[in-house]
Design a protein around this ligand. Structure first.
Ligand code: XMP
Length: 555
């Protein structure tokens, strides 16, 4: 075990690798000497989640945000910069797949223990605290996976305030703590974990063997709440009104007297970005909306109406339908379709930007999950541009700096921000729509006639889904023009027309999705309206594939 001098706290920290300790300390010291500290007012109360590779790290972040507390997920080997840029009130060490005693297992950097802020270790995080502060962790005789009940030891304990003596929890671990680190006591046990909860004498450092963030631990949110408000003394003021006013201040500070352009897609992210920036800098924002002719029925009019008429934003509207359709003529390969659409967009965007004149910034709707993804994919990457077809790959020579006011928010927080900004529920609760639009929902080549057929079909699908109150319960619901024609009969006439497929899915983040069990009545109405109202379609089928193995879009 290696002892490290500390100038922030009094904990004795061990890591499995001395070189790493040295590096952490160098980083921490460099931060202290070279970092320029922003004024304290700028800093948000923040809970830091150190990610040790748990599938649940994001869920921990979601739960904490739901407790109106700002949090950030950092890779497990992150430096201590966050201590300078934010008001860190607590640190959570996540779970992870490793065993702390394995060589090369990820350790928490020493600044985490030296920061002098409350600590909560979850599962692997708890074992790390035990291991790094001088206890012992060993393989358990039995893996504990699934439902368990923990029994409190009877003493008062701030983490479990308001909870019963027996608490149902979700466990997922193979190792267990055999010996507590000095200054710690056991606070609860389960059948397979004699030390299921531990805490130190000062009441600021805790470890819990179970997962409070998952729904299978029904009182888990209470435990997290107790940690944040009872131990970290968090004020719980990360509310929509506060994050909107905070974002507006940050935009003003970043942009100064500069000019910003923002590409609108019609989706919630770019809509909220534009509304926020408009509120912050007014007429120095110009939005660009390119109608690529691949939108849903009425969509281009709706965007124009919301931005130009309702919000009073400077809007450059470009009807690019002909250009896009010309470029797409005869293209049936989905990847080539995407590339063609992307290239055409960039060309138009550049032309419009040149007409607008001097511009300094490009606004983007990067969300927090995009930021986390880029960080976990490459722990050195602190900043990655969302590769949305609309704006990804804008030529470097345009030399635009980025403004990304949503990069701290989860999707539902973006929606709340939109409502706070006065946008209608229709604008903020829209289902996602892919950048390449209906082009990837038409199998084979795309032309104006097929687009019109699909627009009419899509309109009926959404109309019926909304009429039955299902729209906001579904991640997406839409129609696909299959490019297959079949025989039908209409009156006395034999018909030979298109088959369309209905695709409706539920999902939390589009990474996985389940096909939605739509009521037969809704499906029946959708089907009969389509074949009656859209003459070019004589058959409707339902896609009952989940993702994986299917994707949401057909392409
Ligand atoms: P898949 O089909 O891969 O789609 O299961 C996952 C989610 O991403 C959307 N999607 C896109 N969104 N630009 C976008 O902005 C795109 O090029 C794009 N392609 C797919 C899709 O609608 C689904 O929600």
């Amino acid at each position: 075990m290696t002892e490290q001098p500390s100038n922030r706290g009094s904990r004795r920290v061990s890591t499995s690798d001395d070189i790493e300790v040295g590096t952490y300390l160098e980083i921490a010291q460099a931060d202290r000497t070279t970092g320029s500290k922003p004024p304290v007012d700028d800093r948000m109360q923040t809970v830091v989640i150190m990610d040790f590779g748990s599938q649940y790290s994001r869920l921990i972040a979601r739960r904490i945000r739901e407790l109106n507390t700002y949090c950030e997920i950092l890779p497990h080997d992150a430096g201590s910069e966050i201590l300078e840029t934010q008001d860190v009130i607590g640190i959570i060490l996540s779970g992870g797949p490793n065993s702390v005693y394995e060589s090369g297992a990820p350790m928490a950097p020493s600044w985490v223990y030296e920061a002098g802020v409350p600590l909560l270790g979850i599962c692997y995080g708890m074992q790390l605290i035990a291991h790094q502060l001088g206890g012992t962790v060993e393989p358990g005789t039995q893996r504990e996976y699934g439902h368990a009940v923990i029994h409190k030891d009877g003493q008062d304990n701030v983490l479990f305030e308001g909870l019963d003596t027996e608490v149902p929890v979700w466990m997922s671990h193979g190792d267990r703590i055999e010996e507590l680190p000095p200054g710690f006591r056991a606070m609860a046990y389960s059948e397979n974990s004699p030390i299921a909860v531990m805490g130190d004498d000062k009441g600021t450092c805790f470890g819990i063997q179970f997962h409070p963030e998952v729904a299978h631990t029904p009182q888990g949110v209470e435990i997290l709440r107790n940690f944040i408000s009872g131990v970290c003394k968090g004020s719980g003021d990360w509310t929509p009104a506060n994050f909107v006013s905070d974002a507006i201040d940050r935009i003003k500070e970043r942009v100064g007297e500069g000019k910003v352009i923002c590409a609108l897609s019609g989706g919630v992210d770019s809509t909220v970005v534009a509304a926020l920036i408009h509120k912050a800098i007014g007429d120095r924002l110009t939005c660009i909306f390119v109608d690529n002719g691949l939108m849903r029925k009425g969509e281009a009019d709706r965007v124009q109406n919301v931005f130009a008429s309702q919000l009073g934003v400077n809007l450059v509207f470009v009807d690019g339908t002909e250009r896009f359709l010309r470029a797409l003529k005869g293209v049936s390969d989905p990847e080539i379709k995407r590339k063609t659409i992307g290239q055409e967009f960039i060309e138009i965007f550049e032309e419009v930007a040149a007409d607008i004149g001097e511009v300094d910034y490009l606004a983007q709707g990067t969300l927090y999950p995009d930021v986390i993804e880029s960080v976990s994919a490459d722990s050195n990457a602190s900043h990655k541009i969302k590769t949305h077809h609309n704006v990804g790959g804008l030529p470097e020579h345009m030399n635009l700096k980025l403004v990304e006011p949503l990069r701290y928010l989860f999707k539902d927080e973006v929606r709340q921000a939109g409502i706070e900004l006065g946008l209608s529920s229709q604008s903020v609760n829209r289902q996602p729509f892919p950048g390449p639009g209906l082009a990837i929902r038409i199998m084979g080549d795309v032309n104006y006639e097929k687009l019109e057929i699909l627009r009419n079909v899509d309109w009926i699908v959404i109309d019926e889904i909304k009429a039955d109150g299902l729209y906001e319960k579904l991640w997406q619901s839409f129609a696909v023009l299959t490019n297959t024609q079949t025989v039908g009969v209409m009156g006395d006439q034999r018909t030979y027309q298109y088959v369309v497929a209905i695709r409706a899915v539920t999902s939390a983040d589009a990474m996985t999705a389940d096909w939605a069990r739509l009521p037969y009545e809704t499906l029946g109405r959708i089907s009969s309206r389509i074949v009656n109202e859209v003459a070019e379609v004589n058959r409707v089928v339902l896609d009952i594939t989940s993702k994986p193995p299917g994707t949401i879009e057909w392409e």
